[in-house]
Design a protein around this ligand. Structure first.
Ligand code: CMX
Length: 437
């Protein structure tokens, strides 16, 4: 058994009694109440999911296993000469709660390299897509196609004990994660580089190998590491994480669950916002004829977008009420590496003017930028200008957190998810009854 798997097994054995005790002895303790506003309004803020892998504080932002993102970036081991840590270390942290040593990270990188070879039919499925297809549809299908590889499915049908479900979920998860950079870079090559691709390098870490396959020199390896790590997890209620958990709760395997979560991520209010930001910025660049706009010109553009009934992409959040630390980390990278980039200048003026405009507009509960306001600008700078592709990169990162959650869901025996729905008439009656009290 690998070092990571053994460590995970020990953690699971220690954790299980805590969950069992909570259900057995305190299962009827009330933790939240549901209002009509929440039932109709997308369950905003409703406490009804459990995860120990990450926690999102509205003011502070995400913590992975208790660590803020700046702490994660400071503490995780880095490849020699790299500015950003190993993505493999982030997986180790999310799965076990521990910061890995150099040796432990090297072991995970080694595991990934052993598992990275993609079955031939996955290339063929990607090749069969029309070239006008959206990369997220191809990405989701490529993952779905590999359902037939599922170790969990095989074990389930062979009658594996419930207590051991986490083990084949772990195997499927590592098998899939190791293949995602190859799938993504192949989709990119097929759609935008006439199929010319660069073979993966088994001696590189996940972020470095992805940059190598994209054919983009340093510091794009660090860009990739940073991108995959900051997108890895955002607790369980967001559309992609929740979809992954929901689909997995019926004991669908990792391939089925991750393909489904990718489809949720592909919506413009969620992960696709990174593509939307670039589309919107290009519109602005076009309008400005390539010159750096004044604050007044940018204000006008933002108001025009709002007045035409559209949202400002990359701004607002369902939980956060401050600037997203994932935005700040990327901004810091931009200040160090692409200070003079035209799009970064646009982004920075937007940061100065959009929050006040959204406050004046009076609708968005959070006027501050989220992760998607900055990520595409970095990709564009390093030559990945096909912005339809950006959400695929979000998907690689997000798969790390969701597979970690799926493994723990199975380890702790989380059951089928099945909330109860009510009718509008029932709500109207409840509202009347409450008014008469
Ligand atoms: N621009 C304009 N209006 C916005 C807005 C924005 N950036 N953010 C929120 N609003 C509006 C909402 O559309 C809503 O309007 P209505 O009352 O007319 O329906 C109102 O403000 C209240 O919304 P909210 O409670 O503040 O936000 P929600 O929790 O409903 O939605 C989000 C959150 C992210 C979907 C929303 O802020 C938004 O649409 N942002 C732009 C898209 C975006 O950047 N998405 C990426 C989020 C991060 C991620 O998941 O990747």
């Amino acid at each position: 058994m690998s070092n990571l798997k053994q460590k995970l097994k020990d953690k699971i054995d220690l954790w299980r009694p805590r969950t069992a005790k909570l259900i057995k002895e305190h299962g009827d303790v009330v933790i939240d109440q549901v209002t009509i506003g929440q039932a109709i309004g997308g369950m905003r803020g409703l406490k009804s999911l459990v995860t120990d892998i990450s926690y999102l504080d509205p003011q502070e932002g995400i913590r992975y296993r208790g660590y803020t993102l700046p702490e994660v970036f400071e503490k995780l081991p880095k490849p020699t000469g790299a500015e950003m840590p190993y993505v493999e270390g982030a997986l180790y942290l999310l799965l076990t709660g521990d910061i890995p040593t150099d040796k432990e990270v090297a072991d995970v990188a080694d595991e990934f390299n052993k598992r990275r070879i993609l079955p031939r039919y996955v290339y063929e499925v990607i090749d069969a897509f029309p070239s006008v297809s959206h990369p997220m549809a191809i990405f989701s299908t490529a993952i779905l196609t590999m359902h037939r590889e599922s170790f969990f499915s095989k074990k389930y049908h062979a009658g594996i004990n419930k207590n051991d479900y986490w083990d084949p979920m772990y195997e499927d998860s590592l098998n899939l994660l190791a293949k995602l950079p190859e799938i993504a870079s192949y989709i990119y090559a097929k759609l935008y580089r006439d199929g010319n691709r660069i073979q993966s390098n088994p001696n590189m870490d996940m972020g470095g190998n992805y940059a190598h396959m994209m054919g983009i020199p340093k510091p794009y390896d660090d860009v990739s590491r940073m991108h995959f790590i900051i997108h890895a997890d955002h607790e369980s209620g967001n559309v992609s994480a929740h979809t992954g958990h929901l689909v997995g709760s019926s004991l669908s395997d990792v391939y089925l669950s991750i393909s489904a979560m990718i489809n949720g991520l592909a919506g413009p209010l969620h992960g696709l916002a990174n593509q939307e930001v670039l589309r919107w910025l290009q519109d602005l660049v076009h309008r400005m004829d390539g010159k750096v706009p004044t604050r007044e010109e940018i204000k006008q553009f933002v108001w025009d977008t709002l007045n035409s009934g559209q949202v400002i992409p990359g701004y607002g959040h369902a939980v956060l009420r401050k600037t997203d630390p994932r935005y700040s980390l990327q901004r810091e990278f931009c200040l160090n590496h692409l200070k003079d980039d035209l799009l970064f200048k646009y982004t920075d003026i937007l940061y100065q003017v959009v929050p006040d405009i959204l406050k004046e507009h009076g609708k968005a509960k959070n006027p501050w930028p989220n992760v998607d306001a900055q990520s595409g600008v970095i990709q564009w700078h390093y030559g990945v200008t096909e912005y339809d592709f950006y959400t695929v990169l979000f998907g690689i990162g997000r798969s790390i957190g969701i597979t970690a959650n799926l493994i723990w869901d199975r380890a702790l025996g989380y059951p089928l998810e099945r909330p109860k729905s009510v009718t509008t008439e029932m709500l109207e009656k409840m509202a009347m009854k409450s008014k008469m009290k």
